[in-house]
Design a binder for this molecule. Structure first.
Ligand code: ADP
Ligand code: ADP
Length: 232
């Protein structure tokens, strides 16, 4: 489903160069929950953003669903990105929009008919357990509820892949648990492929099938969670 091959990424910071990724390769199969763990600055976020080309690699190839994203024209890339949803640590909701409109916005931009949007948003809010919050504003929601809105919004374009950028790092352990259960539920229900980055071991242990450990711009170990964390 996702093949990243020999990805290098160098940021220019003034006269300085930061090598965030130094030849990273990753292969994620359809339906897998793939976790990338490592300390801050390891390159996890850069790697995750390479998958939807929010970050363009300096070299290497990015193949998603059989398409080499780096070779697509702008319009084709926009189409391909609809199949890749993303959620964030700080949720990135629009504070002046209520829950319904936060989820509906992307569908309106895609010119989906009004009645279809209504049905779809209602379905999605039911899916994430927020059917009764459609008219609430983000400031009226808990962190966990905000992330549920983030998840509903990410699913609005029926993606095949969901990218999670430290999606539970701003949440307390109990709320983290419930968000991870929701992600697992969605993974099973839609055979959705999930790639998540985290610095929290328990996140990996709870829901991931595969894991990569990143350090300093390289993957130092990868394999099944059972193989890599077999020691109690
Ligand atoms: P992580 O997600 O593991 O914390 P990042 O991918 O955010 O790691 O960062 C990897 C390295 O790249 C760090 O040294 C960071 O400072 C640098 N970096 C990340 N984004 C940028 C940017 N937009 N401009 C310059 N340097 C960046
Ligand atoms: P339920 O029967 O519990 O209401 P549905 O199967 O109707 O659940 O799905 C709820 C919503 O999730 C629908 O609007 C559906 O289009 C949407 N959805 C989000 N992601 C996907 C996906 N990858 N595949 C199918 N439906 C998805």
């Amino acid at each position: 489903m996702i093949q990243l091959t020999d990805i290098h990424k160098t940021y220019k910071v003034g006269a300085r160069q930061v090598e965030a990724l130094k030849g990273v390769s990753l292969n994620v199969e359809k339906g897998q929950i793939y976790g990338v763990i490592g300390f801050s600055g390891a390159g996890k976020s850069t790697l995750l953003r390479t998958i939807n080309l929010l970050e363009k690699p300096t070299s290497g190839s990015v193949v998603v669903n059989g398409q080499n994203l780096l070779e697509l024209k702008e319009k084709e890339l926009r189409q391909a990105r609809k199949k890749i949803g993303i959620i964030f640590q700080h949720f990135n909701l629009l504070s002046s929009y209520n829950v319904f409109d936060n989820v509906a916005e992307i569908l309106r931009m895609n010119r989906v008919p009004k009645d279809v949007i209504k049905r779809k948003v209602e379905d999605l809010l039911r899916l994430v357990g927020l059917a009764d919050k459609a008219n609430a504003y983000p400031s009226q929601l808990s962190g966990g509820q905000k992330q549920r809105v983030g998840i509903a919004r990410a699913l609005a374009t029926d993606p095949e892949i969901l990218l999670c950028d430290e999606a539970t790092s701003a949440l307390d352990p109990q709320t983290t648990e419930s968000i991870l259960e929701l992600l697992l539920d969605i993974n099973r229900k839609f055979n959705l492929t999930i790639v998540l980055i985290t610095h929290e071991m328990q996140v990996i242990k709870k829901i991931c099938d595969q894991v990569a450990i990143m350090e300093n711009g390289v993957i130092i170990e990868q394999g099944t969670v059972l193989d890599i964390f077999s020691n109690p």
